[in-house]
Design a protein around this ligand. Structure first.
Ligand code: ZN
Length: 177
């Protein structure tokens, strides 16, 4: 009991619903690299909606959002380990151009999917072409980056049974299907 108020685990002292597992959270955000370069920001008309506690956003961001409520703002620095992972040098490779269809576009920035051992599919980004070889990188484009998020909580609500079954948020900012 604090100042005679009754606190439940669902709401904060102002009576607001707090973010917890299975909350559907709508966020406004600005994402910058460690060097300050802006990578992304939410669209005011349709902010991001996600299902909290289901690994839909990077772990370093998700863990600081628990317990926040509508109107809360937070500056969050996320290390590569809690973001998109470290760069794996083994996912950088050169592949002979003739392994690809002759008419395939191999410009830098193109995505290719390769079947790896055990039927696993890995997505690679073409970095460029050197002579007869295509340079591929299977790392996430943000692997190895320290990320900085400025976030604002716009809405918090309980997930519907269908959202929990699907493992993601529906409606504005979430999945449409
Ligand atoms: Zn769904």
């Amino acid at each position: 009991m604090v100042n005679g108020e009754i606190l439940s685990s669902q709401t904060n002292r102002k009576g607001q619903v707090m973010i917890k597992k299975d909350s559907v959270v709508t966020l406004g955000y600005i994402l910058k690299k460690g060097n300050g370069e802006e990578l992304d920001r939410s669209n005011a008309a349709e902010p991001l909606a996600y299902l909290h506690g289901h690994g839909q956003i990077v772990p370093g961001l998700e863990k600081v959002l628990g317990g926040l409520a509508v109107g809360d703002k937070k500056e969050v620095t996320v290390t590569p380990q809690e973001g998109y992972g470290e760069v794996d040098p083994q996912l950088k490779m050169k592949v002979s151009r003739d392994k690809f269809p002759a008419d395939a576009n191999m410009e830098a920035g193109m995505q290719v999917t390769a079947n790896m051992e055990g039927d696993k599919q890995t997505h690679f980004t073409v970095q460029g072409v050197e002579g007869d070889e295509v340079i591929l990188d299977g790392n996430h484009p943000l692997a190895g980056e320290t990320l900085h998020f400025s976030v604002e909580v716009i809405e918090v609500r309980q997930a519907t049974a269908e959202e929990l079954q699907h493992g993601h948020a529906h409606g504005a900012g979430g999945h449409h299907h």
